[in-house]
Design a protein around this ligand. Structure first.
Ligand code: SF4
Length: 370
C-alpha cells in the first residue's frame, strides 16, 4: 500500500469489522438521502448505459434533459443501431466529447450484430464495447444486474483518497484505490452500494468544503480525523492551457447560402459540421489566415468582409478564440480537400446540422434576432 506522508494509512485487512460497519452505515444513509435520478427508475441496461456514458464528463443536471431527449429519439438499442450517425451527433450536440456519442452508436451496432441486441452481463463482453472502461462497466453491471462490480469514478476516488488519508497525487494510487473500492463494495447489495458511494461523493464528500458532519463515515476517515479534507485529494499543479487564435469564415454566395463543411470522422469533434477556417500563423492577420485556410481546405477564393463575432471557448486541453468574419464567395468549386464533405446551405437550415457548441453562437449571429 502506498504511503502518504507520516499519516497512518487506511488498512482494510486489519479492520474487516469496520468495513462491514461502513457498508451498513453508508446503505442506511443512502436509504434516507440517496438521489432520485431518472435512470434509477428501472433496471433496463440500455438507459443505464446511456446515462453512464453521458455522466462521464458532464454534471447530472446537464445530463437529465439530454438523457430524456436521447431515449425519446432512440428508444431501444435497435433504434440506435439503425440511426444515421449525423442524427446521433445532433441529439448529442452541446454535451461535448463527441467521441462518446460515436462510440455509443458503434457499440449499439455491435450489440445487434454480436449479442442479438441484448446487453451482456459478462464484464469482458461489456468492456469490449467501444467507450466502456472498467468503471463504466462496473456502473452498468451493478445498476442493471446487481452484480458485484466495483466502480472508481472521480467522486469515488476522492472519497477513498480522503478515507485513506492519501497525501500524494492520486495518479500513483490507482491500483490501491481499485482495491479499496473492491473491498468496500457490499457483495450483497452492489447496486445500492455503488449508487450510495456516488451520491456521497456528489452531495457530501464534495471537492471543496465537504459536509463531514453529515457523513456516515467520519469515524473511519483519516482526512477527517486529521483535518486534512481540504488538502486531499492532492492535485498536480495544472499548467495553463495552450491558446490558439482561429480565423473562421462565414462564406456567402450570391443566393444568400452559406458554406459549411463536415469534419473527418476521427479526432476531436469528428463528424460534426463547422464553418471553415484554421489557426492563425505567427505574423499573419486574421484576414490573411482566413483567405489561406479557405484556399487550402476548400480550394476556393473569397473576399474577407466585416467581423461577425469573436468567441472564446475552452476544450479539455486547450482554449481557442474564434475570430469570425463574413466572407463573400469569389471563384472556384468548393472541394473537401481537408474534410469529409462541403455543402452550400440555406441559413435557416443550419440548426438541422450537428455543430460543435462553439459554433452555436455563430449560427445565432447569422440568423439574427428570431
Ligand atoms: S468524513 Fe468528510 S472527508 Fe471523510 S469521507 Fe466523509 S465527507 Fe469525505
Amino acid at each position: 500500500m502506498e504511503q502518504g506522508s507520516a499519516l497512518p494509512t487506511f488498512d482494510f485487512d486489519m479492520a474487516m469489522a469496520d468495513v462491514v460497519a461502513m457498508r451498513r452505515s453508508l446503505l442506511s444513509w443512502y436509504h434516507h438521502h440517496g438521489r432520485d435520478l431518472p435512470w434509477r427508475h428501472n433496471r433496463d441496461p440500455y438507459p443505464i448505459w446511456i446515462s453512464e456514458i453521458m455522466l462521464q464528463q458532464t454534471q447530472v443536471k446537464t445530463v437529465i434533459p439530454y438523457y430524456h431527449r436521447w431515449l425519446a429519439t432512440f428508444p431501444s438499442i435497435a433504434a440506435l443501431a439503425n440511426a444515421d450517425e449525423q442524427a446521433v451527433l445532433k441529439v448529442w450536440q452541446g454535451l461535448g466529447y463527441y467521441a462518446r456519442a460515436r462510440n455509443i452508436h458503434k457499440a449499439a451496432q455491435i450489440l445487434m450484430e454480436q449479442h442479438h441486441g441484448v446487453f451482456p452481463q459478462e464484464g469482458n463482453a461489456v468492456m469490449a464495447l467501444p467507450g466502456i472502461g472498467r468503471t463504466t462497466a462496473g456502473g452498468i453491471l451493478s445498476a442493471a444486474f446487481d452484480l458485484p462490480w466495483p466502480i472508481l469514478d472521480g467522486n469515488v476516488k476522492r472519497i477513498l483518497a480522503r478515507l485513506g488519508g492519501l497525501t500524494t497525487p492520486l495518479k500513483s494510487h490507482t491500483k490501491t484505490l481499485w482495491g479499496w473500492s473492491e473491498l468496500l463494495l457490499d457483495q450483497s447489495h452492489p447496486r445500492d452500494f455503488n449508487q450510495a458511494i456516488m451520491d456521497l461523493g456528489a452531495t457530501i464528500c464534495v471537492p471543496r468544503s465537504p459536509h463531514c458532519p453529515h457523513c456516515p463515515w467520519t469515524h473511519h476517515c483519516l482526512a477527517y480525523i486529521h483535518n486534512l479534507q481540504a488538502a486531499i485529494p492532492m492535485t498536480e499543479k495544472n499548467a495553463p492551457l495552450p491558446h490558439k487564435n482561429i480565423g473562421v469564415a462565414v462564406i456567402r454566395n450570391a443566393r444568400g447560402q452559406v458554406l459549411i463543411d463536415r469534419r473527418r470522422p476521427e479526432g476531436l469533434l469528428g463528424g460534426l459540421w463547422e464553418f471553415p477556417g484554421g489557426k492563425v500563423e505567427p505574423g499573419e492577420t486574421i484576414a490573411d489566415c482566413i483567405v489561406r485556410e479557405i484556399q487550402e481546405e476548400l480550394g476556393i477564393t473569397i473576399q474577407v468582409g466585416a467581423p461577425l463575432t469573436t468567441i472564446n471557448h475552452a476544450y479539455s486541453h486547450f482554449r481557442v478564440t474564434l475570430h469570425v468574419h463574413w466572407c463573400d464567395y469569389v471563384a472556384g468549386k468548393p472541394q473537401p480537400l481537408e474534410c469529409d464533405e462541403v455543402r452550400w446551405v440555406e441559413p435557416q437550415t443550419l440548426n438541422d446540422y450537428p455543430f460543435p457548441k462553439a459554433n452555436e453562437e455563430i449560427i445565432k449571429k447569422i440568423l439574427g434576432p428570431q
